[in-house]
Design a protein around this ligand. Sequence first.
Ligand code: FES
Ligand code: MG
Length: 571
Amino acid sequence: MTKKRRSADWYGKLDKDGFIHRSWMKNQGYPDHAFDGRPVIGICNTWSELTPCNSGLRDLAEGVKRGVWEAGGFPVEFPVMSLGETQMKPTAMLFRNLLSMDVEESIRAYGIDGVVLLGGCDKTTPGQLMGAASVDLPAIVVSSGPMLNGKWQGKDIGSGTDVWKFSEAVRAGDMTLSDFMAAESGMSRSKGVCMTMGTASTMASLVEAMGMSLPTNAALPAVDARRMALAHLTGKRIVEMVDEDLKPSDILTREAFENAILANAAVGGSTNAVVHLLALAGRVGVDLKLADFELGSEIPLLVNCMPSGKYLMEDFCYAGGMPVVLQELLGKGHLRSATTVLNGDITAYADGAECFNTDVIRPFDDPVKPAAGLRVLRGNLAPDGAIVKPSAASNHLLEHEGTAFVFDTIEELKEQIDRDDLPVTPDTILVLKGAGPMGYPGMPEVGNMPIPAKLVREGVRDMIRVSDGRMSGTAFGTVILHVSPEAQAGGPLALVKTGDRIKVSASQGMLELLVDDAELSKRRADWTPEPAHYSRGYAKLYVDTVLQADQGADLDFLVGKDTRPVTRESH
Ligand code: FES
Ligand code: MG
């Protein structure tokens, strides 16, 4: 027996309660020594056949278990809600906070000492981290890993990114429907997450940059045997972390979040990282603000992966992965000192990293694009902020004034966008309302509205689009997202009308509605919110309590953590 562990309150008791906790576990064939006081390691698994991106996690859990046993721990795998980004309606984001509650309460209620988080698909990683951070037991991440590069007609094709391209090509008459359908099978040809630098690979990259996983976790392909070995090593490591009492609050410091913001710029990461990092910071009590994302604005784009560049995650892995990116950042003084799951400094992740393809991971002085980090925009249209991702945008649109064409709802957009007589030009600014956290609800990835069909046929591939929604991390374009407060909450976005002029300046961080205050007051007096879409259940709780995007869209009562032990027994 080593020192008394949390799990001893379940498995170390010599009374009726201990009998109950042990005896029922023994029905799975565990020997007595599994309950000898060794660390009990939860393996929190978001495996699901409805989350295809996470369908490899049952195998990886076996790797984790090997490592836990080897290090003298007792591994116990448990399922939590899984969030399949491509399968859930109205959006997986509606359920990120629900997953976080599932994770938090599962960890707290069970007799475990530390936890390995197995996630991958977009919302599963932040949902698990948020939940684990709110209990604050030792925790470490193993990600699904990306799918192998998509292949079709002899070319590499990228998850999401090429879906948007192909679908515009079909609308433009440049691609046949049968080719479009055939590309489906080649795009997703192995287990794993999107192999572009979408939200899943972004979050895995930032988890690595924050030191919440072992090095190389982000980029190793899902089906690469080395990922199984990484799972094994992670199982070994979590047992040591329990002995060291190394908790998320020791790792997820202000400096770690700054490293995530800097790394997000360098990898051309997803805009979704903003809402996830803000929500996670709220759980651990780090005072992170939307404005802090400007920290990354001068960082160049180093990773040449879709949607901002041309390669895919397999290429990123073979070029050296995140350790190389961290080394480039470190070399220019853009990596903060911060503790990792290895109980050392993050700089150790960069030690000895070697780049094997300098076109895939560019050196800091010869980047894919300069100053590529997210820009935060403010103005009378977004008093609490909005964001744009310059690396995925068209330069000429980043400074622009145009006339708004407004869709009040997503249904209106779908009905109208292909109208031949839609009164829009390439200079028009498309505006969508009702895609925010409360409005949709759940803040879906619809901010990258399709280009109107008549303009697509003229060859237009980008326009300014403004909404209170998000966009897929795999998407591209000059898309202004997360406008806060959202329309449904009565933000100024609710007051925009077709014909209004809007001014955008990424360099000045500006998003202005060029309508005078008197007129806006008049419109406000006439405004009423959309009727609620849900009258009961979790969705009602969500709408009633969700925070705005600039605060991470967490539920207000989930902010913070509760690390008190649970003292009352169940029988
Ligand atoms: Fe699951 Fe992209 S849809 S990772
Ligand atoms: Mg997505």
